[in-house]
Design a binder for this molecule. Structure first.
Ligand code: BMA
Length: 823
């Protein structure tokens, strides 16, 4: 088998559409894999789409027909077949070779193979791929089939099998692009080709059982297929069989080492090699079993994910495409993003249905790091026609995705869609649909039957949210999964406690990106929350108004853009920490939270924890704290307060707990101790004594619960009042900063109670990051912050009050300005 890559240099020409008059008529240089926007940017023909309000000015690109072309040398090598293989075309493409049509495509989420031997000629050949304008095509196709079905955002993305969020989302720029987004080349082969392998695993006693389902394309019909399983170069098992079109070969691995999610064990991966003639398939598997329990208990329907029979309490995040132009995401970038999840104590990423099936890098790294993957089928926030014109594409892409991803140990759940069942039930779609199909058949019948046929080793859920009973509201908190959005949209974040969810698959609170990320893209002068460009980078409905409503009653109204930025970032962090600690305190009634959202696809004000420029927002530090495997948290109880001890670690947590009521100046007003004896994977509630929970003065006292001799992070605070109503010392810290070779070190010592010390490191040096933030100190305590940028940072800059921030500062400034409390 020989492969001739056609990646690399191509040309790009606009062949129709609202092309600006000054745009060059001739072809421009293009790079494959890539897309139109990145090619035009590289050619200097457009400005950075993410900058300022360029988005508006560049809408013509998505309404333009684009042709990619290149020449290549080819000579026959005696093979029987020469296939053009396109791993990904975005989206409606017509392919030709030497002027003769090869075929058309209609789905970004599929790969394509065309037999082109009869069109090739020795010497110079020419290939052209023309892409229909996606924005116009989506509208046209919707019209052809009776008009657009209900959808969110601007364009009828639900009529075209292209990444929905590429048309714009409530965090996403509208840059519908076109292009050859994965590799393309010519595969030469003769007798047999391995078309697909599904290496499904099971564990029986000490044995790993691998069943490799192999499909062959072969004019010769019968072929000998071999499967080997190896680890560290040592072969552990082998099978051989004669296969016609398809067959299943079984390899038993004795004394198998189980694959576990992070926090539960190791991630041993076994190499699987399948050969048929000259055709070879290679992949890796991990031996583990997965199950999902949605059975009914006294309260409702559970949602318990188990790996190797052990329930896993999920601490996760939703994952969206990490760049609006998918081809810009390198393996290294994916690796850093997954490290963001792991470093924040997460054990699951949910690949959301408005995005795409992610790259091999994504699933490989999740396999290696033990990050569980919940994979949505790619249908989100819309009704989808079930007639053959769309159903055939959806079926084909689902079959391909289930097959391609079946090897990955990290993948533990297939989910039918994002919010479409609740959309039909509760968003008023019924009347708009007037009897038209909306996708139910995919969720109830097509997808579960594909999973059952191609990958019965993994559970399937019809949608998220879902209650696992069609007579219940899909977003009922007693049952299955919920998406909690009333809090961000309408309520104060303390309303998270109005929910008692079994499993939260989405909930989020917005905040701006890092200062540098924001100001690199938004150039309003003066910079202000409702500036023209600022609002281009805020896609949520009334987003900045909701940010404002969000901090009222918690933090003072900001009086400068710097304070607005820190106030809204801090409030985002506080809101989510509040929610997670409460939801985790309900464990094991609650079995997981998946925050919305880990990442961003461009510089934007959003729910993300890590912004597009890869800067960790204060929220990220809040997630790291709230997702600690061992967590102490103080929560309201019917008779006062409970200290909740959550031990999601493999070892018992023992020692003694000290609970003190203190005044902000450090005086201990009341102290109790109790023994700590929390078994591995257990949760305990300790009611706190009335004396310890009744403050003399709400504005100057707090409760702190500590594990004697434990890490400073292992403690819980209870504030009797919101920061805005506390008598916080506005100037509570001593600071010592020194430059280091790599950046700077700041040592902060508290004179008085200081809340949420945060280092906005990028404000001292755009390249800097910091190892800690949101640190709360009692008088006399110190904390160290290490800034790293790869070069020394001026110590004065590192502890400038716009860099080194805390809640006391916001409250103090407001008091100094004598701003009346807006609460
Ligand atoms: C949910 C998600 C996304 C959206 C988010 C924030 O609906 O599934 O569609 O971005 O909420 O509104």
């Amino acid at each position: 088998m020989a492969y001739l890559s056609l990646d690399g240099e191509w040309t790009l020409t606009a062949t129709g559409g609202p092309v600006p008059a000054d745009f060059p008529h001739g072809p421009v240089r293009a790079v494959v894999p890539g897309c139109v926007h990145t090619d035009l940017l590289r050619a200097g023909l457009i400005d950075d789409p993410f900058d300022g309000d360029n988005e508006t000015r560049q809408q013509w690109i998505g309404s333009t027909v684009w042709r990619y072309e290149r020449e290549f040398e080819w000579s026959p090598d005696g093979s029987a077949r020469y296939d053009m293989v396109a791993a990904g075309l975005d989206t409606l493409a017509s392919l030709s070779v030497n002027g003769s049509p090869v075929g058309t495509t209609a789905n970004q989420h599929r790969s394509y193979r065309f037999d082109i031997g009869h069109l090739l000629r020795p010497g110079l050949n020419r290939v052209a791929i023309e892409f229909d304008a996606p924005v116009d095509a989506a509208e046209r196709i919707a019209e052809q089939h009776g008009g657009a079905l209900p959808h969110v955002n601007h364009h009828p993305y639900n009529s075209l099998r292209k990444t929905a969020s590429n048309f714009g989302w409530d965090w996403g720029i509208d840059v519908a692009t076109s292009g050859i987004w994965k590799s393309v080349g010519i595969e030469a082969w003769s007798d047999v080709r391995i078309a697909s392998v599904r290496p499904l695993v099971d564990v029986v006693g000490d044995f790993g059982v691998l069943t490799a389902h192999v499909s062959l394309e072969s004019p010769a019909r019968a072929n000998t297929v071999t499967v080997t399983v190896a680890r560290d170069g040592h072969e552990l098992g082998h099978a051989e069989a004669v296969v016609h079109e398809s067959g299943a070969l079984r390899v038993i691995v004795p004394d198998v080492e189980l694959w576990w999610p992070i926090g539960h064990g190791h991630q041993p991966l076994y190499d699987v090699t399948v050969t048929a003639g000259e055709s070879v398939w290679a992949g890796r598997v991990g031996f583990r079993t997965v199950s999902l329990d949605t059975s009914t208990d006294a309260d409702g329907n559970r949602f318990v994910i188990s790996v190797n029979g052990r329930p896993i309490w999920i601490r996760g995040a939703n994952w969206i495409p990490d760049h609006a132009f998918a081809t810009e995401v390198t393996g290294a970038r994916v690796e850093r993003r997954i490290a963001d999840a792991v470093d924040a104590n997460m054990n699951l990423l949910r690949v959301w249905g408005g995005g795409m099936y992610e790259s091999e890098d994504f699933y490989r790294i999740c396999d290696e790091r033990g990050v569980l993957v919940w994979q949505d089928f790619l249908l989100a926030c819309a009704a989808y026609a079930e007639e053959p014109w769309l159903a055939s594409e959806i079926e084909a892409e689902a079959r391909e995705a289930v097959t391609r991803l079946s090897a990955h140990a990290s993948l533990i759940l297939w989910n039918g869609n994002n919010e479409n069942i609740v959309g039909f039930a509760e968003w008023g779609w019924r009347s708009t649909l007037a009897g038209r199909t909306w996708g139910n058949g995919y969720y109830r019948s097509l997808f579960p039957s594909i999973v059952a046929e191609l990958d019965p080793t993994r559970p399937y859920t019809p949608g998220s949210p879902y209650s696992f009973d069609d007579y219940l509201s899909p977003n009922d908190d007693k049952n299955g999964t919920v998406h909690i959005w009333d809090v961000w949209n309408q309520k104060d974040y303390t309303a998270y406690r109005e929910w008692r969810p079994r499993f939260v698959a989405e909930f989020g609170f917005q905040g701006p990106p890092a200062w540098t990320t924001l100001t690199d893209a938004v150039h309003d002068a003066p910079l202000e929350p409702h500036g023209e460009q600022m609002l281009v980078h805020q896609k949520a409905e009334q987003g900045n108004l909701k940010l404002e409503h969000g901090y009222l009653g918690h933090l003072p109204a900001p009086r400068s853009i710097e304070d607005w930025h820190f106030t809204t970032q801090l409030n985002q962090a506080n809101a989510m920490r509040f929610g997670i600690e409460y939801f985790r305190s309900l464990t094991p009634y609650n079995t997981g939270t998946i925050v919305w959202q880990l990442n961003d696809d461009w510089p934007v004000i959003s729910w993300a924890a890590v912004d597009f420029a890869e800067r960790r927002k204060p929220l990220w530090y809040a997630l790291r704290a709230a997702y600690r495997p061992r967590l102490l948290t103080i929560q309201p109880a019917p008779d006062g307060l409970d200290l909740v001890v959550i031990n999601d670690s493999p070892d018992a947590w023992t020692g003694s707990l000290v609970v003190e009521r203190r005044s902000f100046d450090g005086a201990v007003l009341h102290s109790t101790s109790m023994s700590l004896d929390a078994a591995a994977r257990s949760v305990q509630r300790h009611p706190l004594a009335v004396d310890s929970v009744t403050p003399g003065d709400e504005g100057t006292e707090l409760i702190v619960a500590t594990v004697a001799g434990g890490a400073p992070e292992d403690r819980a605070f209870w504030n009797f009042a919101e920061a805005i109503d506390q008598q916080l010392d506005p100037d509570p810290i001593e600071v010592e900063a020194t430059a280091t070779e790599e950046g700077a070190r700041i040592v902060v010592t508290a004179r008085s109670y200081v809340r949420d010390i945060t280092v906005l490191a990028d404000r001292a040096d755009a390249a800097a990051s910091v190892d800690a933030s949101l640190v709360t100190l009692l008088p006399g305590e110190s904390a160290e912050f290490e800034l790293r940028s790869g070069r020394p940072i001026d110590p004065a800059a590192a502890c400038d009050p716009t860099v080194l921030r805390h809640a006391n500062q916001l409250v103090g400034q407001a008091r100094a300005a004598d701003v009346p409390s807006p609460a």
